[in-house]
Design a protein around this ligand. Sequence first.
Ligand code: SAH
Length: 345
Amino acid sequence: MKADLRSMTPEELQKEMESIGEAKFRAKQIFRWLHVKYAENFEEMTDLSENLRNKLNDNYIIGGVKIVRKLVSKEDNTTKYLFELENNYIIESVFMQYSYGNTVCISTQAGCRMGCSFCASTLDGVEKSLTPAEMLAQIYAIEKDKGEKVSGVVLMGSGEPLDNYENVLKFIKLINCKDGKNMGQRHITLSTCGLIDKMYELADEQLQITLAVSLHAPNDEIRNRIMPISRAYPMEKLLEACRHYAEKTKRRITFEYALIKGVNDSAENARELASRLKGLLCHVNLIPVNDVKERNYVRSTNESIKKFEEILVSRNIETTVRRKLGSDIDAACGQLRKRYKDEQI
Ligand code: SAH
């Protein structure tokens, strides 16, 4: 298999060029083509000799994604992209506009194997873990298509980022590269359903990214019912890992909590949650659960959402309710799924 130049760090690219008898500075030129000018093929790299371009073309690939379709929300300009990867895998990404800048929600795997009962991404299991280039290319393709800069990224599309740990870590390093997109780590949010071993590893990396943890329940009994991963990693151990992460990185953890009517949204649930999170450097993001047609979960009423929020706030837990973007195009949290190229959406 040909190596992918877009998944290489500047150092790796330099070594690679040296190994084929090219000067070091070529690596810098190529890195720029790949991560600043978003070249999709070697032909575009006009400051390289034709000879070198041919040589690169014979020996390497440029990992990327192809836009298959896009849907623009009438409500808020949120745009969902359907991308195709090599070998016909299909993923989705979402472009969102906020007052503070444009953010893209990217997928880290085609499908997901975590099995959360409220999420559409996991309905058919996992098919492929994305390469760093395939994650970067989602952002690059969207910037190109929109003609606008993207200043933030959330790893909240399909897939469990920590189930694709090495590639995700490399993606973060690459997008953060000063010679490339140069996105600040503080503009990157990684969301996990709570793979504890990997959370400890991530803490050692001492990154400045925001870690979001999908909690969705105040105790194991409820969490076990809606998130299978919870049986492998009990909540007490998960919160211990979060505490460790926050202490080590000095970064506040975001807890995601999808409010589902009659499942996890009572006043008692809120009180229990507050007591379990007491003293932890954290913030709770409440997400009224979004529709997934295969599931019959119902969104909590506005009244119980408000009550839940008030209980947390009154116990000094910083809390926000996530604004719903793009639900008319099935682009909201938990609605990204494997789709077929010819499927009507
Ligand atoms: N695998 C990662 C990334 C998914 S991020 C994780 O589990 O964190 C998407 C966020 O949306 C997660 O918090 C996820 O639990 C949440 N989510 C999934 N389905 C949802 C739904 N139907 N309504 C609201 N939020 C949902």
